[in-house]
Design a protein around this ligand. Sequence first.
Ligand code: PMP
Length: 437
Amino acid sequence: AFVPRTADGTDASPGAPSARLSPALKQATPIVVDHASGTWITGTDGRRYLDFTTGIGVTSTGHCHPRVVAAAREQVGKIIHAQYTTVMHTPLLELTEKLGTVLPTGLDSVFYANSGSEAVEASIRLARMATGRPNIIAFHGGFHGRTVAAATLTTAGTKFRSGFAPMMGGVHIAPFPYAFRYGWDLDTAVTFALRELDYLLQTVSAVADTAAFIIEPVLGDGGYLPTPPAFLDGLRERADRHGIVLIVDEVQAGVGRTGKFWGHQFSDSTPDVLITAKGLASGFPISAIAASTALMSTALPGSQGGTYGGNAVAAAAAVATLDVVEDEGLVENARLRGEQLLGGLRAIAARHDQIGDARGLGLMAAFEFVDDAGDADPGAALALQKAALDRDLLLLTCGALGNVVRIIPPLVVTRDEVELGLERIADACDAALGVRS
Ligand code: PMP
């Protein structure tokens, strides 16, 4: 078996990651995985963990779904890689056809990259080429990736952007309707954020200079905050009025996670550009950028693409993933198990003053922690994460202020697994937060 070693070559404690890994990384747990299946991860120390992190929604069909494994295995023996702009391969053609059946009407042209960040960058290039305008407006608390351009659009925490300025030019950040933070109802928050956006378009980023809005359907790393449908409708209306491209970043919320296939579908508004990654191939790196053929045609041929984008094994895994999502009814499962999960989380929240908000859309659920004064309490979020780990349950924190715990089971999670997870969360909350007297 693999034995993790510290920098001086001695054995690390069982399950501890190597001390040679850069401290620039933040290791949420000391677990070293040996193997995983469905909702379960088994460490090299033999411990079994209930995985409610799923690589932040990546292992959508669960760990090592047999059909995804079989598709990837078969593809490895046929062709691993051909740059698809040189030689096309069948898995990518199949994936393109399959995506055509799930993408919103009108988004009929697609290309591929490897990661969410690359897809974000590609969408920015596309919007700038399509409009001939420089500026991009993103929303406060958004997370769009770690490349410098994507990080410029990211305001989900200082660690994603501090210290490596200068950032990309032409980016402005507008308020997000974060009703809980303001202590407002949703309608008031939406009205405020849209008025602020109009003000920004009149004073800072003139319409004639604004190429795109980019928004997540649910703020992911920024705190698992669903974008209110009325806000998305407001963006759509302004995009239409001003000739601005509306980019929806479905990297974390897409492919069934919210209980709808795409997270933006809680609103009737359709984006001009949709980007997807994470859950698309159950763990293989691939992202897709979709837009209308007319919009895509404004791009210079050769301005998009890259060495590994649309890799054949990843594409085969993506086709299998989309087949599994359809055949096993996983969008509906996410909706039903999400309701079960949120019901249980709300009951737990009622027992602890520190849980200011329990929220969720499908299998994107979260607790937001506050102190007595109503301010963000990141310590409580970390304490819950640790208490859960002690109970063999994996959870992740998020939020621009680090005071949110996100709960992200795979789309295949069963009723019993949700129940077990809720029991462990309840127990961990009692241990980490105390029980109200
Ligand atoms: N957009 C969103 C909404 C994301 O959640 C992420 C990853 N957390 C990214 C973009 C960046 O994706 P990647 O890490 O694959 O570059």
